[in-house]
Design a protein around this ligand. Structure first.
Ligand SMILES: [Zn+2]
Ligand SMILES: [Zn+2]
Length: 422
């Protein structure tokens, strides 16, 4: 018997949580929180003391943010990379600090989670209750891993969030191991889109950046603190942009953590140069200075939901010489998505007309449609596919297309659904 219970992340991007149940084992694959709406949403309940183990593929809150909840009443063993633990600690602490809503755990549970951790990395293997799990680089953010579980005489691959394309920061995930699996649980965030060629995106971004800077403007790059901020810094450094680059918010702390863990990165030297070149904002004086002359400001939050990027956005939107360049996935109903779609800045207490230039660049750290198809083409026809981590229309269209094209069994489950995999 092998079952997959979707506790979260079914037909949506957010709160990924999947329970893989064998006859005598239960493994939880991620336990994330959805912070896209006004209130944080947690996945369905699982009894922590029944868990054989918990895997966290990477530090993003939609994969890690509910995990401390499991340590209120039990101490399940946790397997993740050292960097994922360090970054999750940072992101979860920040989430607890900033949330206006009740969070059903405290920092003591984060500490408990940390002390029950076992570190794994690309190439590691572990065995728990006769179940063998291998870990491989997922190419998504620093420290991210995919995992392959041998359970109930079957091989199950869970991609977590993954990217097979090389970026400035990371090597892409190697897709060769996919073909040996009976079940592939795959994310499909960008299943509806083909990403443009990466170097073309970089070129367009740098050209537009220089256009704004050369005509006397400031460019705000609202970004995720983990991964994307550092990728953008590397892109800017690689192209030798001479203007000052300011880094604000949590991206500063992440830069420090990654500097101490540069073995997780593709080009540690480029990263160190990029970080050394950047000005890490240390207070309001730096924030004012950043806006006094042409500069690039790299700052969370990516979707303008709080964080220092909101402060800069308010300051720079009125001047037509300035620009906001989005470089991250923008969820619906966020101020960033609304700004891109309607051209006006709508924050909680304020609405502002926008004269600044607003652009979006596809610096995705997820596979696009083409990359997902490349993976699917390698699979045997009796492999079962489970799509998760995709918005409703995106995942529905793609799973139907894949089932038709490859004559293959495809599931696109909703939250609460239980799939019988044997
Ligand atoms: Zn992610
Ligand atoms: Zn995710």
């Amino acid at each position: 018997m092998l079952r997959l219970k979707v506790l979260g992340g079914g037909r949506q991007v957010g709160k990924n949580a999947l329970l893989l149940e064998g006859r005598r084992t239960q493994f939880l694959l991620d336990y994330g929180v959805d912070i896209s709406g006004p209130e944080p949403e947690f996945p369905l309940h699982v009894r922590p003391r029944d868990l054989t183990g918990l895997f966290i593929t990477h530090a993003h809150l939609d994969h890690s943010g509910a995990a401390p909840l499991l340590y209120v009443s039990a101490k399940p063993r946790l397997f993740l990379s050292r960097l994922t633990l360090e970054l999750s600690d940072l992101l979860i602490s920040d989430f607890m600090k900033l949330s206006k809503y009740y969070i059903p755990y405290e920092y003591a549970q984060v500490e408990e989670m940390k002390s029950n951790s076992t570190f794994v990395k690309d190439g590691s293997e572990i065995e728990e209750n006769g179940v063998l799990t291998r870990f491989r680089n997922a190419g998504h953010i620093p420290g991210s891993l995919m995992l392959e579980i041998e359970i109930e005489s079957m091989r199950v691959l869970y991609t977590g969030d993954f990217n097979t394309v090389d970026t400035c920061l990371l090597n892409g995930a190697n897709i060769d191991p996919f073909k040996e699996n009976d079940v592939v649980i795959m994310e499909g965030t960008y299943a509806a889109f083909n990403h443009p060629n990466r170097s073309e995106v970089e070129k367009a971004f740098i050209n537009d950046l220089l256009e704004v800077l050369d005509s006397g403007g400031n460019v705000l790059v609202p970004t995720f603190a983990v991964g994307r901020a550092q990728e953008i810094l590397c892109v800017i450094a690689k192209h030798g942009v001479k203007y000052p680059v300011y880094v604000d918010g949590m991206a500063r702390r992440v830069n420090m953590i990654l500097s101490e863990n540069s073995e997780f990165l593709r080009e540690p030297e480029l990263f160190r140069n990029a970080v050394n070149k950047a000005i890490h904002v240390s207070g309001w004086r730096d924030r004012r200075r950043a806006l006094e002359s042409p500069s690039i400001i790299v700052s969370p939050a990516a979707m303008l939901k709080g964080g220092s990027s909101v402060h800069y956005a308010k300051e720079i939107v009125e001047d037509s010489r300035n620009a906001i360049f989005f470089v991250s996935y923008l969820m619906r109903e966020t101020p960033a998505r609304k700004l891109l779609e309607t051209g006006s800045l709508q924050l909680e207490t304020l609405q502002k007309k926008v004269n600044a230039r607003v652009e979006w660049y596809d610096f995705s750290s997820h596979c696009g449609r083409l990359e997902l198809m490349n993976v699917l083409e390698k699979l045997d026809s009796d492999t079962k596919i489970v799509f998760v981590h995709a918005e409703e229309e995106v995942g529905k269209e793609f799973s139907e297309y894949v089932a038709r094209t490859y004559d293959i069994k495809v599931f696109y489950p909703s939250e609460g659904e239980i799939l019988e995999l044997t």
